[in-house]
Structures are given as structure tokens and as C-alpha cells.
Design a protein around this ligand. Structure first.
Ligand code: COA
Length: 170
């Protein structure tokens, strides 16, 4: 299939139910929260923490096939305690990313990642030097995909039982 038909659409009143109905395989459930939970988490982050969040449906033409969600943090500049994790400050974070189990392995995830990085590089919430994300160390498919876009692992910030963080210079 032609991945050029892949595009991102903001989550809205018309599409949120279809997006909530997208799911990964049972074996992949430890890799990413459900889309329903992710949208709740987005609301809490906006309402409680006043942060910017950008949730998108990933579409193949008119069909929703996945979900990707970005957020932005200015860290200590907004009154928070300085963090040892420098990449958390003034950076974009690809917080959630999934392609529905029916549509994986067709190049849609790769195209969605390309598009979301293009979006991030418009700096929609403010300036940033880095984009970061994290993944379960056993998630080989995600790891390879991110590495192919230039994400570099930060093993010095990895803690047992947590996800591996990786950054990309914007
Ligand atoms: C990770 C994920 C988003 C990738 O999306 P996708 O549409 O399946 O991936 P693509 O078809 O674009 O392929 C991307 C790369 O994954 C790898 N890949 C794809 N299908 C694969 C398969 N069946 N087995 C192993 N690797 C595979 C390939 O290396 C491919 O790279 P290439 O373009 O150089 O061939 C998707 O598989 C997914 O939702 N997984 C479950 C949730 C998850 O892990 N999310 C990420 C959390 S950090």
C-alpha cells in the first residue's frame, strides 16, 4: 500500500471513539497504554499540570489505523524542581505511539514517525533542542524503528524495570 496516504488528524469529537477502538496485540499490551487511557492521561496533563499535549489519529486515507501523542515540557523554567534528566527540559516527548494490530508491518508506523517529527520541528509549543521517547528494552521493533530516525539511547538514565529513554537532536 502507498504510505503517502498516511496522515495525522487531531483527535476531535468526531474521531475519538474510532481511535479508542484501535488496539495492539495481546503480547504488545505491556509496550503501550490503551488509547482510552492515553486520552485520559492527556486530559490530566493539560488540566492538572497545564502542559501542552498533541494527540493524533494516524490515518490511511479516511481509515484510522493508529495513534500518536506528543507533549512538551519546559521543566524547571516553569517553577519545577531541576531534574537530573536534562533531556526532560525544553523538549518534545513522543509519549504514546501505536499502530492497530490489523495494520502493523505495512510501513505505516515509519511514515507516522516521519510525519510527527516534521510536526515537532515546527515547534508548535515552543523552542526545543531535543525530542525524546522511551520504550521497553524488549521492544525490538520499536527500538529499531527509532534508531533508524537517529534516536540515541541514554543507558545512563535507564533504571531497572523502567523504559529505556532515547533522544533525537532536533
Ligand atoms: C512499533 C509500531 C508502532 C511500528 O509500526 P508498524 O506500522 O508496525 O511498523 P512499520 O511497518 O512502519 O515498520 C517499521 C520497522 O519495524 C520493523 N518491523 C515491521 N514489521 C515487523 C515484524 N513483523 N517483525 C519485526 N520487525 C518488524 C521493521 O524493521 C521496520 O523497519 P523497515 O521499514 O526498515 O523495514 C507498531 O508495531 C506497534 O504499534 N507496536 C505495538 C505498540 C508499540 O510497541 N508501540 C511503541 C511503544 S514505545
Amino acid at each position: 500500500m502507498d504510505t503517502k496516504q498516511i496522515h495525522l488528524e487531531k483527535v476531535n469529537w468526531d474521531n475519538f471513539e474510532a481511535i479508542i477502538n484501535l488496539h495492539v496485540n495481546k503480547e504488545q499490551r505491556d509496550f503501550v497504554a490503551s488509547n482510552k487511557d492515553s486520552l485520559v492521561h492527556a486530559c490530566i496533563r493539560m488540566i492538572d499540570e497545564g502542559k501542552r499535549v498533541f494527540p493524533f489519529g494516524i490515518y490511511l486515507d479516511k481509515k484510522p489505523v493508529g495513534f500518536i501523542m506528543v507533549t512538551y515540557d519546559v521543566g524547571e523554567d516553569d517553577g519545577e524542581e531541576p531534574s537530573a534528566e536534562w533531556f526532560l527540559r525544553n523538549s518534545y516527548f513522543i509519549w504514546r505511539f501505536m499502530i492497530d494490530k490489523r495494520y502493523q508491518g505495512n510501513g505505516y508506523g515509519r511514515e507516522a514517525m516521519r510525519l510527527v517529527l516534521e510536526f515537532i520541528r515546527t515547534f508548535p509549543a515552543g523552542a526545543a533542542k531535543y525530542c525524546w521517547l522511551s520504550y521497553e528494552p524488549t521492544n525490538e521493533r520499536a527500538k529499531k524503528l527509532y534508531q533508524s530516525f537517529g534516536f540515541r539511547e541514554l543507558p545512563e538514565h535507564y533504571e531497572d524495570g523502567e523504559e529505556m529513554p532515547a533522544i533525537l537532536e532536533l
